[in-house]
Write a protein that binds this ligand. Structure first.
Ligand SMILES: NC(=O)c1ccc[n+]([C@@H]2O[C@H](COP(=O)([O-])OP(=O)(O)OC[C@H]3O[C@@H](n4cnc5c(N)ncnc54)[C@H](OP(=O)(O)O)[C@@H]3O)[C@@H](O)[C@H]2O)c1
Length: 317
């Protein structure tokens, strides 16, 4: 297999803004684009100056923005691409709408006014926007809903992500910005993942919440595949915007990955079926696959890498 940097060679020399760079998903993307020779601007609030240091060391230029407050004066001009990953996971609807909806539209307006050669705007959305429906794969045209409301701590997430999509789609049309709205399923990588929370619970002998309608299945996608898929997603950016599901090729459940982490560590997972958690959401990936993209990291290899990188002390033997 070719390296991620080789797969990203078409980004070399491009001026790329990556928002949400201090977060799970966007940090590794910014790094892989910088390694591939792009001029990367990583945006977040950067409330503490020392937060910039690791990004600068990886060749990422740091810019401070605040989407909730509409502070966008550091957004660079003459960008070729915008990859918009920033999200506010607030319990307050006013804050969540201001950052995730208004903020996304304001970012598009700012970039459209200052970047004449912008070729695409990627808005990272989430399969959290779907109404779960048993284990049926959800296509882009299927019913939306408030899938994350039952999950403690995420009362605004689904609705503010839907609001974000609507404003981004409207702004793309109004300003003629070629846009792709990519609905990401469960992202994970060598440095991050929902699975690490489950591993911590297993370590402490706590039961992992799963939905009563088991198995609690998703299509996890590894950070390497997330980076590799960018060119495919950007190739379908259009006006009006294209909406597309974004996930890995394999359907894997929380129950599966906890069992796998159990095999690797000797810890025995226990499960607490409940309605107070997110139900299975399996995206229909027909549209993504039609771009030519298929994921390449097998989920068991991905889980092994995650555990090896983060908790080598827990590995058996
Ligand atoms: N994680 C998942 O399981 C998952 C699943 C599906 C889709 N997604 C989508 O993937 C994207 C990235 O998610 P993530 O989990 O990586 O997020 P995350 O780890 O929570 O990071 C959020 C990022 O947004 C920035 N941010 C928050 N409020 C901001 C504001 N007011 N102004 C500017 N930046 C702000 C944060 O920067 P600060 O340093 O300033 O706080 C941080 O860089 C999001 O669009 C999310 O909806 C994630």
């Amino acid at each position: 297999m070719t390296s991620v940097s080789d797969d990203l060679h078409q980004f070399s020399g491009k001026r790329v803004l990556v928002t949400g760079v201090t977060g799970w998903v966007a940090g590794p993307i910014a790094e892989s684009l910088a390694n591939a020779g792009a001029e990367v601007f990583g945006a977040a609030r950067f409330q503490k100056p020392e937060q910039r240091t690791p990004f600068v060391a990886k060749g990422v230029n740091c810019v401070s923005i605040d989407l909730e407050k509409g502070l966008l004066d550091e957004v660079p001009t003459d960008l070729d691409l915008v990859l918009h990953f920033a999200v506010a996971k607030s319990s307050d609807f006013e804050q969540a709408f201001a950052a995730n909806a208004d903020g996304s539209a304001m970012l598009m307006e700012t970039v459209a006014a200052t970047s004449d050669n912008l070729s695409a705007f990627l808005h990272c959305s989430s399969t959290a926007v779907y109404a779960p429906h048993n284990h049926d794969p959800r296509a882009e045209t299927d019913l939306l809903g408030d899938s994350h409301r039952p999950m403690p701590g995420m009362p605004t997430y689904s609705i503010s992500k839907i609001a974000g999509e609507v404003l981004v789609r409207y702004t793309a049309k109004r300003l003629g910005v070629p846009t792709v709205v990519a609905r990401l399923n469960v992202p994970y990588g060598d440095t991050y993942g929902w699975m690490l929370f489950h591993l911590m619970m297993m370590e402490r002998g706590m039961a992992v919440p799963v939905h009563v309608d088991q198995p609690t299945s998703y299509t996890p996608i590894h950070a390497e595949d997330i980076s590799r898929s960018l060119a495919y997603l950007l190739s379908v950016a259009s006006t009006p915007a294209t909406v597309i599901n974004w996930g890995g090729d394999q359907v894997v459940s929380i129950e599966d990955w906890c069992q796998e982490m159990g095999q690797l560590t000797g810890l025995s997972p226990t499960f607490a079926p409940t309605t107070a958690t997110i139900a299975a959401i399996i995206p229909d990936l027909t549209k993504l696959h039609a771009t030519g993209f298929h994921s390449s990291v097998d989920w068991r290899d991905g889980i092994r890498r995650l555990v090896t990188n983060n908790r080598p002390d827990l590995l058996k033997g």
